[in-house]
Unconditional design. Structure first.
Length: 91
């Protein structure tokens, strides 16, 4: 069995990425951590086979989805640049 087809490897990687998020806050690693844990759960219940490209695709999509959800729930970061969509001189 390959490393990417072992469920606990994904779970451990997710927790390691969670620790990195605590050490470097900013919601950078949080999406990757959630994606790794979700991939580990899917591998654990047998929904993903032993295909590396499929497993990495599921990890990438789960990470991207988790990033969008956490971004929506947690909002913008303090100090992030505000984007102006109109000028005060426009009538």
């Amino acid at each position: 069995m390959s490393w990417f087809a072992t469920w606990w490897v994904w779970i451990v990687a997710g927790f390691a990425l969670g620790v990195l998020e605590v050490l470097a806050p900013g919601y950078i690693f949080l999406g990757f951590a959630i994606g790794a844990v979700a991939t580990g759960v899917l591998v654990g219940v047998g929904l993903l086979g032993a295909s590396l490209p499929l497993t990495l695709l599921v990890f990438a999509l789960a990470s991207l989805g988790a990033w969008f959800v956490t971004r929506k729930l947690l909002g913008k970061q303090a100090g992030q640049a505000k984007i102006w969509d109109r000028d005060i001189n426009d009538n």
